[in-house]
Write a protein that binds this ligand. Structure first.
Ligand code: FAD
Length: 468
């Protein structure tokens, strides 16, 4: 298989599709990308579902791979920890790691997507077409049917392979499902909560109205507000709230006064920073949150799903984009193996990757509960404090679950999940049984935590959790 002679059709020029186009272009493939929306570099459209995102080590692996680490860094605002805003208006910062050099970043989805499109288009062998919506894919013939938004004409494109990176609502995944030509498993689980984006605008002089280098969280049990900084001095704020449960929910927040009353009760300090709240609230859509798992991702050696099209997750670990970028890194590694044909490449890729994307999907749900509730509970705060101290004192010997998932990009999400959950269980058990004292000797504590963690991992192994 000569890379240069292969025609690759990519559906969707979002974050994953544009990165994939760039990488395959660098490798010499003939790449055609079809995107349903207008070119976001020319038309002022919201880039997608969230204005900014948390970008971290796994995503950075991909930007390194394509030689864009520095350019991406210039778009980033470091966030060293969570700034928790309690119900009384007090704030305290909980760093993401005890190691100073580990932090996450806020990045604009639109700027990042535009950079990837620019870089992909620098390659003569990469062509990107906008306003072309994929309607279906014939995975047996390796063709895709598109509709041009402007002319309304429909046309068919063929290629040696088709890779769909068309996001959570993937047209190709629908064709797999509706085609009923092979055993295709698919699940979609919605949370009872949805989300709405709001904003904290900059001060008149352009300064930030609250601390810039943190991910702000207002955890309130069953609901939560978060805010991430933007380069222009504003913050993008996201409200996570049930559609129909509790005193205040998306279905009953129908008037200006009720929205103001809700914020006054739940987030008075945030409300003070958001004179534009009511306008934002009724202008911006409310959207659902869900997890999509499916398999197989590929049909023979013809077609492959990647990014959110293969594994959409809820945003509470800040890993959806990072995982989609890591997909490209893992796919690239499989291409390096020179397996000879696309079916072997797709199969190997899915076999190595799916266990990890299943794991981050489950971790993201866990973090939903941790962020909206646990961060406020004393035992979780003690555990966090202890883990930070362990990471600081023993930087090479200890990493919390959050660090394993977010900063240890050389281990897979599944490995991070199993070890991280075992550590959490070990520490919480020992804290509640008073077997460790957070003010005790850290070396002794590390020893006990490691021993208990290994015992739990051994139980998991016996129970078969470690095998697949
Ligand atoms: P998308 O970004 O959805 O791109 C799909 C592209 O395909 C789009 O350009 C779309 O227009 C195009 N398309 C769709 N259908 C068609 C079609 N039929 N024909 C042609 N083109 C089509 N991830 C993080 O890592 N960190 C975060 O902090 C984070 N926060 C998030 C917050 C929220 C509220 C949400 C909803 C998600 C968040 N994510 C985050 C997840 C992240 O947005 C996704 O994982 C990421 O965008 C996936 O990239 P993708 O390219 O696979 O899909």
């Amino acid at each position: 298989m000569k890379e240069k002679q292969q025609n690759v059709l990519i559906i969707g020029a979002g974050l994953c599709g544009s990165l994939l186009a760039l990488r395959l272009g660098q490798r010499g493939y003939n790449v055609s990308v079809y995107e349903m929306r207008p070119d976001l570099r020319k038309v002022d459209i919201s880039a997608g579902r969230s204005i900014n995102l948390a970008f971290s080590n796994r995503g950075n692996k991909a930007t390194k791979l394509v030689g864009l680490e520095d350019k991406v860094k210039s778009l980033c605002i470091p966030m060293t920890g969570r700034m928790i805003h309690d119900a009384h208006g007090n704030t305290f910062q909980s760093n993401y790691s005890g190691r100073d050099y580990e932090y996450i970043n806020s990045i604009s989805r639109g700027e990042l997507n535009a950079l990837l499109l620019d870089e992909a288009e620098k390659h003569k062998n990469v062509n990107i077409y906008f306003n072309k919506k994929c309607k279906s894919v014939d995975f047996e013939k390796t063709t895709a049917l598109f509709k041009d938004h402007n002319t309304k004409d429909e046309f068919v494109e063929d290629a040696d392979i088709i890779i769909a990176t068309d996001g959570a609502g993937s047209a190709m995944r629908k064709s797999y499902y509706l085609g009923k030509k092979f055993l295709f498993s698919f699940s979609q689980d919605y949370l009872t909560h949805g989300y709405k984006e709001l904003s904290i605008l900059p001060k008149e002089n352009g300064d930030y109205k609250t601390y810039k280098n943190a991910l702000h969280i207002w955890p309130r049990g069953n609901l939560m507000l978060i805010a991430l900084p933007n380069l222009d001095g504003s913050f993008t704020v996201t409200l996570f709230l049930s559609y129909d449960e509790g005193k205040y929910n998306f279905n009953n927040l129908t008037t200006d006064n009720r929205v103001l009353e809700f914020f006054q009760e739940a987030f008075p300090d945030a409300l003070a920073l958001m004179p534009n709240l009511v306008n934002d609230f009724f202008e911006n859509p409310t959207a659902p949150l869900g997890t999509i798992k499916c398999s197989p991702w590929h049909y023979k050696g013809n077609t492959l799903l990647m990014g959110d099209a293969a594994h959409a997750i809820v945003p509470f670990y800040g890993q959806g984009m990072n995982a989609s970028f890591e997909d490209v890194v893992e796919f690239d590694k499989v291409l390096d193996q020179n397996l000879g044909d696309w079916e072997a490449i797709f199969k190997t890729y899915e076999n190595t990757r799916k266990k990890d994307t299943d794991a981050i999907a489950d971790l993201a749900i866990d973090n939903f509960h941790e962020m909206k509730g646990h961060v406020n509970q004393v035992i979780f705060q003690e555990k966090r404090k202890l883990e930070m101290a362990l990471e600081k004192e023993f930087p090479n010997d200890y990493s919390s679950k959050y660090s394993l998932v977010t900063f240890k990009e050389d281990i897979g999400y599944r490995e991070a999940m199993l070890r991280g959950r075992a550590q959490d269980k070990a520490i919480l058990n020992m804290l509640s049984d008073k077997k460790i004292d957070i003010n005790g000797n850290l070396k002794d504590i590390l020893y006990k935590v490691k021993q208990e963690t290994e015992a739990i991992l051994e139980d998991d192994r016996i129970a078969g959790l470690y095998q697949r």
